[in-house]
Design a protein around this ligand. Structure first.
Ligand SMILES: CNc1ncnc2c1ncn2[C@@H]1O[C@H](COP(=O)(O)OP(=O)(O)OP(=O)(O)O)[C@@H](O)[C@H]1O
Length: 165
């Protein structure tokens, strides 16, 4: 994978965390449309022209759940590169954010029905295949910089590495 690539489409994802009865929970939802339909995902989506990843995360959290987050409260936790050599249009780079500070109660949207999960019980088997490699670490306070390559089935991670220049 050394050939030069066009800049990849930029997306963001933002994990909202809360404490409930002594347990830490994360807000996820099953995606209703588009790329990754049927998978549980964090709130997020594509950056609009001229937007920074943080600005996009603030907007997407609100659009998808009705919850308000402030840019200053988002913790940048890293970047993920998703490569789909068998479907180049799906390749993306994602900026990952986490926050415990938000206002409002999550509500269903056209994109997903938000649901709280204990962080040690996230539905990894119903998420994109890459999530099991990094999401538990990020939800436990860590950072991530990884590149994942998906196979011909467009679902399985066939290679993952800490960084591809
Ligand atoms: C391939 N492995 C993956 N693993 C984990 N999460 C993945 C993902 N691939 C995309 N994501 C997330 O999905 C959102 C973008 O989704 P994406 O569909 O591109 O954007 P958006 O919802 O704006 O548009 P559509 O309505 O679907 O066109 C964004 O949060 C991004 O982090």
């Amino acid at each position: 994978m050394t050939e030069p690539r066009m800049p990849l489409p930029q997306v963001c994802v933002c994990y909202l965390l809360r404490e409930s009865e002594g347990r830490t929970q994360v807000l996820l939802g099953r995606k209703k449309h588009g790329l990754g339909r049927g998978y549980f995902v964090g709130l997020g989506g594509k950056l609009e022209p001229g937007e920074t990843a943080v600005e996009a995360a603030v907007r997407e959290v609100h659009e998808e759940s009705g919850v308000t987050v402030r840019a200053a409260d988002l913790e940048a936790r890293g970047r993920l590169t998703y490569l789909f050599p068998h479907r180049e249009a799906w390749s993306q780079e994602s900026s990952v954010f986490v926050t415990r500070t938000f206002t409002g109660v999550p509500a269903a949207s056209d994109e997903l029905d938000p649901e709280w999960f204990d962080v040690d019980r996230v539905p990894l088997a119903e998420m994109w295949d890459d999530a099991k490699h990094w999401l538990p670490g990020v939800l436990a306070g860590g950072r991530v910089r990884r590149t994942f390559t998906f196979g011909a089935d467009l679902a399985s991670v066939v290679d993952h590495r800490v960084h591809v220049a």
